[in-house]
Design a protein around this ligand. Sequence first.
Ligand SMILES: [Zn+2]
Ligand SMILES: [Zn+2]
Ligand SMILES: [Zn+2]
Length: 88
Amino acid sequence: MRRLLRRCSHTDQIQIVEPSAEGCEDCLTAGDSWVHLRECLVCGHVGCCDSSKNKHASRHFRETGHPIVQSFQPGEDWRWCYVDQVVV
Ligand SMILES: [Zn+2]
Ligand SMILES: [Zn+2]
Ligand SMILES: [Zn+2]
């Protein structure tokens, strides 16, 4: 199966960040729960994934334009670019 491979052009925006919280900041504030967590690699914002009902990580991207998140799950270190829709 052939797949069109796209490259991410946003890796220069990646910073060394400290996670902003142990869980999704916005869900903690609202008292909600989440499925998985994503950490923004531009500012350290921790938000919940698209399998979570609030999708705060995607909302953070739409509000700030910060393109790249990393999985915040123990043992996972993949990165995802929202703009290119590709694993970085
Ligand atoms: Zn990109
Ligand atoms: Zn959330
Ligand atoms: Zn951010």
